[in-house]
Ligand binder design. Sequence first.
Ligand SMILES: C[S@@+](CC[C@H](N)C(=O)[O-])C[C@H]1O[C@@H](n2cnc3c(N)ncnc32)[C@H](O)[C@@H]1O
Length: 508
Amino acid sequence: MIAKKSENIIPDPVLAKLSKYISENLGLYFPKKRWDDLRDKFQLASIEFGFSNAESCINWLLSAPLTQEQIETLSSYLTIGETNFYRDQNIYNELERHVLPELINSRCKIGKYIRIWSAGCSSGEEPYSIAILLHKMITDLKDWNISILATDINPRALKKAKEGIYNKWSFRGTPKWVKDGYFSRTRENSYKIKPYIKKMVTFSYHNLANDPYPSLLNNTSAIDIIFCRNVIMYFRPQLVIKIIKRFYRSLLDGGWLIVSGSEGSSVHMSRFVMVNLPDAIFFRKDLSKSGVVEEFLEKTPVSTHQTLFDYDPEAFPVVPLPVPESPPQPREVIIKSRREQPKTEEVQQKACEEAMVLYEQGNYPEVENILIDCLLHDKKNHKAMTLLAKACSNQGKFSKAVEWCEKEIAINKFNPGCHYRLALIFQEQGKMEEAISSLNRSIYLDPNYVLAHYTLGNLILRKGNIKKAEKYFDNSLSILNTYKEEDIIPESDGVSAGRLIEIIKTKI
Ligand SMILES: C[S@@+](CC[C@H](N)C(=O)[O-])C[C@H]1O[C@@H](n2cnc3c(N)ncnc32)[C@H](O)[C@@H]1O
């Protein structure tokens, strides 16, 4: 059945409320000049919600927090999913010439793993292009632990991505060898991605506006390269700042952020080092250059009604970086002076707080310095161990992270959270059996430890045992029913019980 647009007109004040609501919940920004677009798209969505009158539908939506299902329906109508394979070939050429050879060489020495995140992946053309490039460049791929996480807010796009079947339109401007080498023709004249490329990519639902990252829970930490192209241009400026800060924390030191041309022109990017390659500009996390920029960003005024869509140099001034009054002390001096302080409980507490702030800023090496120093004076400081394990895993130092978890378990063996954290790190290392044992231990210690049930469900689902996975998801839902919707789940990086219920429902 073809959906008919409802005839009724939405008055401007109601549209204003809708635009604000969508901006807060989905991140999508519809300034007044795009209200006609919003009106047209929303009228179609309201028919799917079962309303013949769009204004009544808006009042209904605004009367309670959005459910996952409502977010999904709205995002299907309001987002723009335009994409294709090898979109902007120069990006892939520069990755192939500059970024990946350096990364692959360095990982050949320290451990063969690469972690990439395509945030706002739409129907999968971008993450599959990345997988194809890696397949082309790495000859001994089976010896590597490659993780390509692809996320989006639009479940319909994700469904198409998981199917991996495309028509000719997805190959506009795509080099011929991509279609010829990595797809097979279907009877319906479509193109199906080859299974060995398909299995390199993991698709999942993630809302950049509201879901947690970086987080071990959803695999968004210790990333080498984040692709977020043609996504943040649709967001309001405050959200862009928040997202860039979080991407910064999700990346390893030396990691890359790849956005599209207009998105990179924002001053918000100044947290990163801009790398001018011959045919593209990429952004790189470099902790040795981040201190002053951090301070600068906090102070930069931001207009509330501006997106990168309509970039206005006056509202987004390119302010020169402030020069500190006295030159910053070298790191060794700061560490030495910290070491020389008497280690009262108060000083220890302050150091832990300082480490927490640095952790929030993504300065994981400095967190390590401070906490190792704390542990020299208080060998049983298990909070320091917890944060150290997280700081190490966020830097991709998984063996070190395991060591800290095991040290914490040695002094805190009946704590289910310690075993759960260890399981997440094993999972990052690709050690699935060890992860399952640790999760079972966590459940043994606390049968109601909901994240252990949930993570076990995910691991077992990945192994293809759907029935058994559903059992764990059902257990999780029963436990979650004992929480209030707004309760934050311990160890979840801020996920509420209500949100976790919605996430689980997308799986069963
Ligand atoms: C134009 S497509 C970009 C696809 C791909 N990155 C590319 O450049 O070809 C934008 C994608 O961002 C997604 N998106 C929009 N808002 C989002 C949000 N809040 N969280 C995650 N993804 C979002 C949309 O659903 C859409 O699939």
